[in-house]
Design a protein. Structure first.
Lengths: 464, 509
């Protein structure tokens, strides 16, 4: 496994923050860190209702007064009722607190317009990546004479690719079509399978919708093609859908893989094996640090499901606060509830901010020479292509860095912006990209774009 | 084939709308991508008794009770898992106050909370991205918390330096243990990594070794000597193992789970010496370090002993020690907080370790915050000190009393022998089973102690874990019970087990 590029940046950012603390003069007062898909880190606030309920669950004495709204207290009471000993410090059932697992399955059914969801096939985990690693662990057969392959998009966030490799699997890249808005084209899936011949035995296809870092929201048609493809080529479908609540494009709509699969009817709907992942880390709540995610398993062999259950049991259970966060995500305040007006205002504000940021970032980037950014239809990031001048590429080589890492280091030093480099995600040879999170307050985004514009213009001039 | 398929299909609820008749008849069962044959064979070898079949039956019984089914008992007592809060132990006030403040910082303006709690909450929030516990932290854990953990270790170990760079916060100690094993296990066939672990052991270890396809090298603790560890036995196990694997790791749980044994200082020294001689990586699972009850017993950290043995050892022996927020006096299992400290690890390996922990992004931040409080508790000059100490002392004193009561009671039952519960949270008594019972178990297709525990569950509603889930000497039988139920309830449980055991012995005499 190659050295993680962001370690270089992370090390430097600690130093810079320390220098700023000591009063060293810089062209900026603080570093804007948009290197993670982390809304809170970027400055967005947690939802009040969520935090009020969690604090009451943590310290139930808060129920004995009117300092918090009635619906907060009621919700906390209900949630604590599902905890052994009435404490969030107890272990829970392996798959999650039963009432919450039911909430998740009801949410899925509502979301998918009535398609039933079996709570027995849902596992709550410490974040979606944890569940994904467990499922990959079952799929990747280290004992087999041929190594197991997993088709993975390029670009793709590094946690998954590292996870596959760490389990002894092979990442089989399929390239998304940048010029078509990072569209997934079936020809590229076929090409990926071709490339795997003689190298490994592909067993699964991993798809991220909405995309990370691509920002693309898949069309129904494309999803149907993917489903047909996995059925024909006998692949297990892993659908990472954690950004399903982050939709910005006017003509974009999220539809789940499970729904599309069901709509396609038998035999596909009965046979395609699917694991879909969601999380409380994204969306309006952005509670990345609580580690609450889940996987829903569809059409799996019941005998295999038994072993999956045992595997999850060795992890004990997901952190209780993360489980509670999932419940709050699935069951927000409703009109008429005391907390509803504030909740509605906060979520509307976040939605407006993100839609605005997505448009604004793309517009600014595309107005600058040397950038080309595909529309950010969904997800958490802008992932523009940077056309680095040959002199800059040369300089990068001299200092022993990937060209886009070099760009990011300079961006950090001179503009106090922490982005991440495209080489971390996989990109076509000879192309360079940068990634930054657009889930930030509007004023932070404006400041970011201002600094980026100024830096970029300067940089391109320097290396012209 | 069709019958088997139909039978297993009975456990699935058909998705009414779109299931074809074909599917209901099981034709769709053919041609699955992920089958018993194609799946990772290692996963099939994974077992975890603490949450295994007996617990599943206990949960089922609880459901039946709720539905009004009549049974000889009105509740199931889950003495299978080391979960203190589930058994009624109260959280420590100070810890929850700070966590509530971190969760909803508006409460910092509220005079319901003491100043020392607010001070800590502010400091923790300051170290979080965007001042929110909802932000990701660095994969290794929040830096200032790792610094606090390092300082705690230094204080605990009489000043021996600890570097925050060697601290890795984790999702419970289990996460760190599995991560460390992942790093250590390699090789093929006869050079496959062998990992030494005690019998009996906490079955996370055997599960992880099965999952990783590592070779488990079992060393027996001496039941007749209060479950003590004998280096001669380590040597025997190691030499035998050298025939078929490459032994590289020695795992030790102190205080012990399930045995409760607290290792003497001499023993720890001997183990360290052995590890150095045999070139083994030491993994010291010390999650029960505050749970020490017996007279004359004391917790000695492996690291402290290592350094006190001088530079010949302290600069060479490679080690990882593990701790957690799930046990001790806090019992906050649901937070999944923990850490490991690595000692003398090759820097290049550390870089790989950092990469490995980045796959799951980061440990839960509330768990990290909780850990910070555990290593940074109220000081004598702070407002919360008195209450904090009172609560902490009460929890540990209650556990000590229950440990004593348990040992005493079990030893009055003919056919049950119980070693002193020196520490941790469990008792692992040996039970004598009549031959007829052993035969009956075989008829039922169960191992004898599972049969025993299942009968106990069905007849008394008490859920224990059979000794076979932890490992035991051939021909011996045990069960593991937690000492966590409140004292009055524990007395009843002990009484019921006593009565059951006598009844059971009588039935199969």
């Amino acid at each position: 496994m190659k050295q993680l590029e962001y370690v270089v940046l992370a090390r430097r950012v600690s130093q810079i923050k320390e220098e700023l603390r000591q009063g060293v003069r810089k062209p900026y007062k603080e570093v804007i860190d948009v290197s993670w898909g982390d809304p809170h880190r970027a400055g967005l606030k947690p939802l009040t209702f969520v935090r009020q309920v969690l604090s009451t669950c943590l310290y139930p004495e808060l129920m004995n007064s009117n300092r918090l709204p009635a619906d907060v207290r009621q919700r906390a009471q209900r949630l604590l009722g599902g905890c052994a000993g009435g404490s969030v410090g107890s272990y829970t059932a392996t798959e999650g607190i039963p009432e919450i697992v039911h909430s998740v399955s009801e949410f899925i059914t509502r979301r998918d317009g009535g398609v039933p969801s079996d709570p027995e096939n849902i596992y709550i985990s410490p974040g979606s990546q944890w569940a994904l690693t467990n499922i990959l662990n079952v799929l990747v057969n280290r004992e087999a004479s041929t190594r197991t392959g997993v088709l993975t998009p390029m670009p793709c966030h590094s946690a998954t690719t590292l996870g596959i490799m760490g389990l002894g699997g092979v990442v089989v890249p399929y390239y998304l079509s940048e010029e078509q808005g990072w569209e997934l084209q079936v020809e590229d899936l076929h090409q990926a399978l071709e490339s795997a011949k003689g190298v490994c035995n592909p067993v699964a296809l991993y798809v991220i919708n909405p995309g990370n870092p691509s920002g693309q929201v898949q069309s129904r048609k494309s999803m149907q093609e993917v489903i047909r493809f996995v059925s024909e080529r006998r692949l297990f479908l892993l659908a990472d859908e954690v950004y399903q609540d982050c939709i910005y494009g006017e003509n974009s709509e999220f539809v789940s893989y499970k729904k599309v699969l069901t709509e396609m009817g038998p035999p596909l709907s009965d046979t395609v094996e699917l694991a879909s992942f969601h999380s409380a880390s994204k969306g309006f709540m952005g509670e990345c640090g609580l580690r609450g995610g889940y996987v829903e398993l569809v059409n799996l062999d019941p005998a295999v499901l038994k072993y999956i259950k045992t595997l999850f049991s060795t992890d004990s259970c997901a952190p209780v606060l993360g489980q509670l966060a999932l419940d709050l995500m699935m069951n927000p305040p409703q009109p008429g509830d005391p907390s509803y007006p504030l909740y509605d205002m906060e979520t509307q504000h976040i939605r407006t901010t993100l839609v605005h940021n997505a448009k604004r970032a793309v517009s600014v980037l595309n107005s600058l020479q040397g950038f080309c950014c595909q529309p950010v239809e969904g997800g958490a990031f802008a992932f523009p292509r940077v056309y680095l001048p040959p002199k800059a590429i040369q300089k990068a080589k001299e200092v022993g860095m990937q060209p886009d890492t070099f760009y990011c280091i300079r961006l950090l030093e001179e503009a106090g912006l922490l982005f991440s480099a495209g080489c971390e995600y996989g990109q076509k040879e000879g192309t360079h990209h940068i990634r930054f999170c657009i889930m930030a307050p509007e004023d932070v985004m404006e400041e970011l774009l201002k600094r980026l514009t100024s830096f970029h213009t300067q940089f391109m001039k320097e290396f012209s | 084939f069709l019958q088997h398929v139909k039978a297993s299909f009975g456990t699935l609820k058909p998705e009414a709308k779109n299931m074809s008749q074909q599917a209901v008849n099981g034709v769709s069962h053919r041609g699955k991508v992920l089958t018993l044959d194609s799946m990772n064979p290692n996963v099939k070898r994974v077992e975890y008794a603490v949450r295994g079949p007996i617990v599943q039956r206990a949960v089922q019984i609880e459901k039946e009770l709720k539905e009004g089914v009549k049974k000889p008992f009105t509740e199931v007592i889950k003495a299978n898992i080391g979960d203190a809060h589930a058994m009624g132990q109260k959280p420590i006030t100070f810890l929850r106050q700070v966590l509530a403040l971190c969760s909803y910082p508006e409460l910092l303006e509220d005079n319901m909370f003491p100043e020392d709690a607010k001070k800590r909450a502010r400091r923790i929030l300051e170290s979080c991205g965007g001042h929110s516990i909802g932000a990701y932290s660095a994969s290794q854990g929040i830096e200032c918390i790792r610094q606090d953990v390092a300082r705690y270790i230094e204080r605990r170990d009489g000043g021996i330096p600890s570097s925050p760079d060697n601290i890795y916060l984790s999702t419970g100690a289990s996460d760190a243990i599995v991560t460390m094993l992942k790093l250590l296990v390699c090789g093929e066939g006869r050079s496959r990594t062998g990992v030494m672990i005690s019998i009996p052991q906490y079955p996370l270890y055997s599960a992880a070794l099965a999952d990783l396809g590592a070779v488990q090298i079992s060393y027996y603790l001496d039941e007749d000597k209060c479950w003590s560890l004998d280096v001669a036995e380590l040597r025997r196990a190691l030499n035998a193992a050298r025939q078929h694997c490459n032994p590289r790791v020695l795992c030790i749980i102190n205080p012990g789970n399930p045995t409760g044994q607290v290792q003497s200082r001499q023993c720890i020294e001997d183990v360290i010496r052995f590890a150095k001689e045999e070139h083994l990586f030491l993994m010291a699972d010390e999650v029960y370090q505050d749970n020490v009850y017996a007279e004359g017993c004391k917790f000695h950290s492996f690291k402290k002993v290592l350094f006190e043995m001088g530079p010949e050892y302290s600069s060479t022996v490679e080690m990882a020690s593990f701790h957690s927020t799930s046990k001790c006096y806090m019992g906050e299992c649901g937070f999944r907080g923990g850490y490991m400290e690595v000692i003398n690890m090759d820097p290049e390996v550390k870089a790989q370790l950092t990469k490995l922990v980045s796959v799951r992004l980061c440990p839960p931040v509330p768990g990290q915050a909780l850990l910070d409080l555990v290593v940074n508790p109220p000081q004598p000059d702070e407002p919360s000190y008195t209450t904090f100490m009172k609560e902490r002392t009460a929890v540990l004193a209650a556990l000590a009393e229950k440990a004593r009561l348990t040992e005493e009671t079990f030893n009055t039952v003919p056919g049950i022998t119980c070693n002193p519960v020196q520490g941790a949270m469990y008792t692992f008594p040996r039970i004598t089973l009549p031959q007829k019972a052993i035969d009956k178990a075989k008829e039922e297709g169960q191992v004898p102690d599972m049969y025993y525990c299942m009968r106990l569950l069905e007849e008394e509603g008490i859920c224990l874990v059979p000794g076979s889930g932890f490992g035991q000497r051939e021909g011996t039988f045990h069960f593991r019970m937690t000492i966590l139920p409140p004292t009055e309830k524990l007395k009843v449980v002990l009484q019921k087990i006593r009565e059951f055991h006598l009844r059971f012995t009588q039935e199969f005499s």
